[in-house]
Design a protein around this ligand. Structure first.
Ligand code: SF4
Ligand code: SF4
Length: 478
């Protein structure tokens, strides 16, 4: 059934892009407009340069894949991609992910703990690496990790960039991020208006009319049935299809990543960080997972714990989890404050809970060591919200590790109150529009083989990543 849904999806990538492509046509930048790092502290300055830089455009649509690399037009268009990266001059293109955390302008792309479409993941990773993200968070699956790294390497072939860290996400218990939707399409009424298909943000449901196998084998085909269903690798468990089904046909199937497989995965050279999703309510499960990971933890540069706001008990459970981690923690740690899990990440309202959570935790004196990072409901409005709440400030750094990697790479005694922001659904959506269009026209494709679409996707990604990268609190305080 899932294979059927996947095949249906592959053959029906006709979903139209729901927004016209960026049509800015302004004069290209000259060298004098290339912003310097110091002047990036002004968002207005950054925005203006970004706006101007986005004026680069390609004058053609696509190439046959096997001719792209030889085509002068293609090279010229990839030059425009390179020029855009160079012109915007996002600091993290050269500075390390750790430096971004310390400054407070760390940006993480969340591919989705359950999202396993390796084609999309590779293209997303390529685009957001070019846009200067510090970390790419993906499912703890070997093929997915390889897709992320392939996208990163492809981006580095286009422009001289430093590599973002690759993070894998696991869970210690049932969690909204670790589930898949499931239903048997043949059980659905044929006249259903299929709201599940419409509401799915990941195009993870594909249905069409067919005949049931039983009817076909018996030669008694009379009426059709729906075929297809959920494309498992694309479903990331957002849950939006559950309430819209008028016949209550859709089930949520929860799962937990295997600890032994995760321990093996994080010893890979191309995995830098681990994120543990926890409810924070049952620290015994957290301990069980942490102990199960054993010495593999020593291969990591960063361990993140993602937790929702549990009110008054949040800080005490953070302290308990930190005390569990501390004996084996030889790298940096980070608290991902998931203000609004699976929010849909749209509008100013969605980001409020995430910011309120950060305000609450940042204000507490006896919280455990570690960088703070927002997630859940984060979008293009999040940085503005953080600024309004005064969270782009510096504070004394807490050295929580004796590992020489930490002391060697922490030259300053200052770091930002909030280390940065993770973007999930919103980041995937804005670039996903371009990817859907690319796939509907060309099928499975590497986005760099279609430089005009890559340029368009990069513009979208830069507009989001730039909201964080334009701000450097360490510069503004001096
Ligand atoms: S849970 Fe979300 S991603 Fe999965 S099929 Fe339903 S709407 Fe789509
Ligand atoms: S909305 Fe429910 S009944 Fe209708 S096609 Fe989707 S899963 Fe089936």
């Amino acid at each position: 059934m899932q294979r059927e849904a996947h095949n249906l999806w592959q053959s029906s990538k006709q979903s139209p892009i729901d927004r016209p492509p960026n049509s800015l046509k302004i004069n290209p930048l000259s060298d004098k407009n290339i912003p310097l790092l110091a002047t990036l502290a002004s968002r207005e300055f950054f925005t203006e340069n970004l706006r101007m830089a986005l004026s680069f455009s390609c004058s053609f649509t696509s190439f046959p894949r096997d001719q792209v690399r030889a085509s002068p037009k293609s090279n010229k268009c990839l030059d425009n991609v390179r020029n855009l990266v160079k012109t915007v001059a996002i600091p993290s293109v050269t500075s390390s992910p750790l430096e971004s955390l310390r400054k407070g302008n760390w940006v993480k792309l969340i591919c989705g703990a359950s999202f396993e479409d390796v084609v999309d993941i590779r293209n997303l990773s390529l685009v957001y690496t070019l846009a200067g993200v510090d970390c790419i968070d993906c499912a703890a699956d070997g093929a997915v990790v390889s897709a992320v790294n392939d996208g990163i390497e492809a981006a580095k072939e286009i422009a001289a960039l430093r590599r973002p860290w690759v993070m894998v996400s696991v869970n210690d218990d049932e969690d909204l991020h670790f589930r898949k939707a499931e239903f048997d399409a043949e059980d659905c009424p044929l006249d259903c208006s299929r709201p599940c298909e419409v509401v799915c943000p990941a195009s993870a449901i594909a249905l069409k009319e067919g005949n049931s196998l039983a009817e076909v084998s018996l030669g008694t085909s009379t009426s059709g049935v729906l075929k297809g269903g959920v494309i498992t690798e694309r479903c990331y468990g957002c849950g939006r299809c559950f309430p819209v089904c008028p016949y209550d046909k859709i089930r949520a199937v929860a799962y937990k990543r295997d600890t032994t497989a995760t321990a093996e995965l994080i010893t890979r050279n191309d995995v830098d960080a681990l994120e543990i999703h926890t409810s924070g309510r049952q620290t015994s499960l957290f301990k069980e997972l942490w102990d199960g990971l054993g010495d593999s933890i020593s291969y990591l540069r960063l361990v993140a714990v993602s937790l929702p706001n549990t009110g008054d008990s949040t800080i005490s459970s953070m302290n308990t989890m930190y005390s569990i981690m501390q004996p084996k923690l030889r790298c940096f740690n980070l608290w991902q404050l998931d203000g609004r899990p699976m929010s849909g990440d749209i509008g100013r309202g969605a980001t409020r809970e995430s910011i309120a959570f950060a305000v609450q935790v940042a204000a507490v004196k006896d919280k455990p060591p570690g960088f703070l990072q927002l997630a859940g409901g984060t979008n293009i409005h999040t940085v503005d919200g953080l600024k309004k709440m005064g969270l782009f400030q510096t504070t004394s750094i807490t050295n929580n590790s004796n590992d020489e990697r930490m002391t060697a790479t922490s030259p300053s005694s200052l770091h930002a109150l909030v280390g940065g922001i993770a973007y999930g659904g919103y980041a995937r959506k804005i670039v996903g529009r371009v990817l859907r269009s690319l796939q509907s026209q060309n099928g499975v494709a590497r986005i760099e083989d279609y430089p005009d679409q890559l340029l368009e996707a990069l513009r979208e990604a830069l507009a989001l990543v730039g909201t964080s990268k334009c701000h450097d609190p360490l510069l503004t305080m001096s």
